[in-house]
Design a protein around this ligand. Structure first.
Ligand SMILES: [Zn+2]
Ligand SMILES: [Zn+2]
Length: 184
């Protein structure tokens, strides 16, 4: 399963011929294991792709992938699937500058920590949710939206890492932090 980041990066530009007019940036994401929607990952300063003779120049920030041990639990608010994602599922996407605001807005990721609601378990659960779709639909802060997403019912009965199914708990028992930097 080990991918060569350099080859992956070059393949990115085989599919679509980059135009000279518009700068391209790279964002990272992976496919939800449930609905196959792309879950976008936050990045502080997206890297612009430089070209030489029509070929993209791979630099270290464009080639950098999560380390082998990287894995994160994500909950998809579209389909509710809670799953653990390994670093080799993360892939780069080339995004034209004009579309960057839209795609960066998609990477609206919150880290939520709470205790499993199963009686006698209380195992800590640490998961990430991208709440961009939630944001668009209602008012309130991101933290409120993250809690609202967890309590919306979309995750009900999903399997948690402790082996119990997810149960909604009172809002004050979710600890929420926004993630704005690259997660590796
Ligand atoms: Zn999904
Ligand atoms: Zn549990």
């Amino acid at each position: 399963m080990n991918k060569d980041p350099r080859k992956e990066f070059e393949d990115l530009f085989l599919q679509s011929q980059p135009s000279d007019e518009e700068p391209l940036f790279v964002l990272f994401g992976f496919d939800c294991l449930g609905c196959e929607d792309i879950i976008w990952l936050p990045v502080e300063n997206p890297s612009q792709v430089e070209f030489e003779g029509g070929k993209p120049i791979p630099n270290s920030s464009l080639l950098e992938r999560p380390p082998e041990r990287w894995s994160e639990v994500f909950g998809c608010i579209q389909c509710g699937r809670i799953a653990t994602y390994a670093g080799d599922l993360v892939r780069p996407f080339a995004i034209p500058q004009s579309l960057m605001p839209r795609f960066r807005a998609c990477a609206d990721v919150y880290h939520v920590v709470f205790a499993c609601g199963e009686k006698g378990c209380r195992s800590p659960v640490s998961l990430h949710v991208d709440i961009s779709a939630f944001h668009a639909a209602s008012t309130g802060t991101g933290t409120e939206h993250a809690v609202a997403a967890l309590r919306s019912g979309v995750f009900d009965d999903q399997m948690l890492p402790c082996g119990h199914s997810y149960q909604r708990i009172p809002p004050e028992r979710y600890r929420v932090t926004r993630v704005t930097t690259r997660m590796w």
